[in-house]
Design a protein around this ligand. Structure first.
Ligand SMILES: [Zn+2]
Length: 98
């Protein structure tokens, strides 16, 4: 618990307790943010960067058509939901595992 000392001009030093007012500690609750979504997506892409069948790194993500749109109504890259991955070497596809 944090304490802040308060100056008291007439206070004597003989008080057993320190002249402070305790304040309850403020617990900052971290909320899920857009940055967390970006990090989560990057981890997902990193975990699926190699094909499970042939080991190729030519892997592309398969995304839903739910990307965010910018002011020109164009989809923002990296904002769509990834549902699967496809290997461009052997055409193997596998779903996203959480
Ligand atoms: Zn492959």
């Amino acid at each position: 618990m944090s304490c802040i000392a308060i100056y008291r001009p007439g206070a004597t030093v003989t008080d057993e307790k320190p002249a402070t007012i305790p304040f309850p500690r403020v617990h900052k609750i971290r909320e899920y943010s857009a940055q967390d979504e970006v990090v989560e997506r990057a981890r997902l892409v990193h975990a699926n960067r190699c094909c499970q069948q042939c080991g190729s790194v030519a892997v592309a993500s398969i995304e839903l058509n739910d990307a965010l749109l910018n002011a020109s109504l164009q989809p923002i890259p990296g904002s769509a939901t990834i549902v699967a991955f496809r290997c461009n070497g052997c055409y193997h596809e596998w779903p996203v595992r959480q």
